[in-house]
Every structure is written in C-alpha cells, then in structure tokens.
Design a protein around this ligand. Structure first.
Ligand code: FDA
Length: 394
C-alpha cells in the first residue's frame, strides 16, 4: 500500500498551498482532486486576473459563528506574506480598488506559482481522483482512491464549499466531517446576486446593465458602499454581492441611490434657480436617465416640475431614493455564488492548526470551514492563511 505523511483532498487554493508548504517542510505529500485541472476556481477568479488578497484583510471582514476563530491564522500568515511570495515569483500586480490586489496579466500565474511551490516540496499530484472511503487506522487514515488503498498519517480536507458545482464543488468535506462526528453549520450561498419578485423585476429588467454607486444596508445594520448593477434577473454588483452574505430570506435591504448627495438641499437650490425644470431632468443630473424614467413608471418619482413638487412629495422622494426598501425574493444560489457560508463548525477545530480537536491528524482548511470573507480577495487570503497554519503542524 502507498504510504504518505500527508494526504490533501482538494487541489484548490488552500489545498495546493498547504501541500506545497508541508512538502517543503519535509513531509511526503499526496495532493488529490476530483477534477482534471489544478486550481480551477483560481483560474476563474477576478475575471481571469485573480484578486489574490486584500491590503485590508483583517478578522472583521469575515463571517463565522465564531468571529474569533480566523484571527490566529490571519495574524500568522498575512496578506503581506502572500504579497511577498507573489513578488518573489515576479508576478506583476496592481490594486484595483478598496485594497483589492489583482495580477496584471493572468490568474494562471498564481496557479503556476503554486504548482512550482508543490514541485519544490516534491508533492505527488493526482487529478481525477474518486475517493470512495476514508477510515481511521492506528497509523492515521486509509483512503480508498480509484479502487486502491492509500495510507497517511495526516489527512487535510481542502475540498471547498458548494458554490459553482460546474467547477467541481461537492459536499465531500461536510460528509467527511460528519463521519468523524464534527458538526456542520447550515450552508447557504454567499457573494451572490439577488433575484426579485415579478412585478418589480418586470420594471427593473429594462435597466439591465445599468450600474449605480450606492450604499446598501442590511437588516443587522451592516453597510456596504459600492456599486449596484441591475440585471435581467434582479440586482448584482459588488454592493449587492457583499450584502447577500448578510441577508436572510424575507428581509428587506435599504438602498441609498444617492449616498453622496444632500438631496433635499439640492432640490431646494435647483427649485430656486430652475423652478420650471422637470423633476425627472433634475434627478438625471445625478442618476442615470434610464433609472429615473424607470422609477417614474414605478411611481417612486412624481411626474412634476420642481415648483410643483410639494414638501410631502419631496420628503417621500428623499426616502424613496436614499432609503429605498427592496425585498429580494431570493438569490441566484450556488450556481453563481462565489462562496458558501457555514460549513465545518469551528468549535470542533483548533484555530492555531485547523486540526479537529477530537480526531488527531484530521485537518480542515479553506472554504469548507465556517469562515467566509467579503468580496475582494478576502476569501483567498483565508485559504492561504488557514493552509499555512495547518502546514506548520504537519
Ligand atoms: P476550492 O473550491 O478552491 O477548491 C476545492 C477543490 O476541492 C476543488 O478543486 C474541487 O475540485 C476539489 N474537490 C471537491 N470535492 C472533491 C472530492 N470529493 N474529491 C476530490 N476533490 C474534491 N475569492 C477571492 O478571494 N478573490 C477572487 O477574485 C475570487 N473570485 C472568485 C470567482 C468565482 C467565479 C468563484 C466561484 C469564487 C471566487 N472567489 C474569490 C472565492 C474563492 O475562489 C474561494 O473562496 C477559494 O477558492 C476557496 O479555496 P478552497 O481551496 O477552500 O476551495
């Protein structure tokens, strides 16, 4: 039977980095994946340029039932450590916005870098691997792989979440955790567009492709100041994706379409200068014309001139545009979600090493764990940090 010190299941961001680190630390490592390519999500990420970390990565940017869990790993392997690695490989990068770092050229560079790191650690890679059983043994674990048994001292589960099943996502990690008695917290799609109820959707669909800088506020008070994008299914764009991770079915979302404007003051000033100007044209100075027209058909903007706009209408208008209450009917789900919220309950894991407290030698890293970052490179940073923390213990 083949014997390894470490078997890593999942050759995504976390699995590749952990395998490379463990291999370079002297372990004999086998890295497995059910797909036919390494790092498939990395290749798709950041529009093909991989938003590989964020300058402002810190625990507050992560959701988890235990918000303290991610602190140790993020502090021990930081965004600066990963930037250092990328720079050593001569990969050119730039900050796009809000601390988000992207490759200048291609996400393939990150995958190639991780592949080279694995080669340095003499990691054996086996793609198209179907794992049919995992059993605890005295030495560690036996894994039945494409009908053959492999034995390992330590087993690292880096099989990710449920988002984008087309890229190999599977509930494998959750089932394995359950097999060893670990609790799985309910999972749901995160960083995902909202869908809308029919009557509202019919109107807003006409705006497909229109983007508006906004401030969105969730029911729990969480605020994101980024763009929203109208789509043929509902609402997307960075602000919506961010907020989706904080949203529960049935809740309303507050949308401020004019976050940088004192709207009442602006209307009063315009009324004095151009009393006969239509409200529609006035608002079009700050909002896309198509959006103003659409909101008028929804009767959120009265069809009047500025001098006709009475104080009650004006306050209602300010409320409509700066605290527009939208109730999504759902999300687009795992098909388009960037991440999966929930997963392996961190209370069962060591925050220092990612090992399952009750099962020596069994580790969970990356997205399979109940730690989910904001949009903007935070999720890859968690993959790198948790992988590194785990590898130090192997
Ligand atoms: P990941 O999902 O990367 O890897 C898991 C691996 O396990 C996969 O290769 C899968 O095939 C394998 N696997 C699953 N089941 C298996 C089984 N039964 N047997 C063997 N192998 C199995 N984040 C970010 O920070 N910046 C960004 O730019 C983006 N962009 C982005 C775009 C898109 C389209 C998506 C879907 C996601 C992102 N993300 C992102 C999120 C980011 O991709 C994600 O958080 C990390 O890839 C998670 O890394 P993991 O290694 O944990 O899982």
């Amino acid at each position: 039977m083949e014997q390894y010190d470490v078997v890593v299941i999942g050759a995504g961001a976390a699995g590749m980095f952990c395998a490379a680190e463990a291999g370079q630390g002297g372990c004999k490592v086998l890295l497995l994946d059910n797909g036919k390519k390494l790092g498939r999500k990395i290749l798709m990420s950041g529009g093909g340029r991989c938003n590989f970390t964020n300058l402002y990565a810190e625990p507050a940017a992560y959701l988890s039932e235990n918000p303290h869990f991610c602190k140790s790993a993020l502090a021990r392997y930081t965004q600066w450590d990963f930037i250092d690695l990328v720079t050593r490989y001569g990969i050119a990068w730039h900050e796009k916005t809000l601390g988000q770092l992207f490759c200048d050229d291609s996400a393939q560079q990150i995958v190639s870098m991780l592949e080279q790191e694995c080669q340095k650690g003499q990691v054996t890679v086996r793609l198209r691997s179907e794992i049919s059983a995992v059993e605890k043994t005295e030495r560690g674990f036996n894994i039945t792989l494409n009908g053959q048994d492999v034995s390992t001292h330590s087993l690292v589960v880096a099989s990710g979440g449920l988002s984008m099943p087309g890229l190999g996502a599977s509930p494998f990690g959750y089932r394995l955790a359950e097999q060893f008695g670990l609790k799985i917290l309910p999972t749901r799609a995160g960083l995902v567009p909202f869908t809308l109820h029919k009557p509202l959707l019919d109107h807003l669909q006409t705006l497909s492709g229109v983007s508006v800088p906004s401030v969105l506020t969730a029911k729990d008070g969480t605020v994101f100041r980024e763009s929203i994008l109208f789509t043929h299914r509902g609402l997307s764009g960075p602000a919506v994706l961010q907020l989706s991770s904080y949203w529960q079915p049935g809740e309303f979302v507050s949308v401020n379409l004019l976050p940088s404007l004192d709207l009442a003051g602006f209307l009063n000033q315009q009324r004095q200068e151009h009393p006969n100007q239509s409200l529609k044209n006035t608002l079009s100075l700050h909002l896309p014309k198509r959006l103003v027209e659409c909101l008028q058909t929804l009767e959120q903007i009265p069809d009047v001139t500025l001098k006709q706009l009475n104080p009650a209408q004006q306050s209602a208008l300010v409320e409509q545009l700066q605290n527009w209450q939208v109730q999504p009917n759902g999300t687009e789900g795992y098909r388009t979600a960037e991440v999966t919220l929930g997963g392996v309950d961190t209370r069962a894991l060591s925050s220092k090493t990612m090992v399952a407290n009750a099962v020596p030698g069994l580790y969970f890293i990356g997205e399979v764990v109940d730690v989910t970052g904001w949009l903007g490179g935070y999720n890859f940073q968690w993959a790198w940090s948790s992988a590194w923390a785990c590898a130090q213990d192997l």
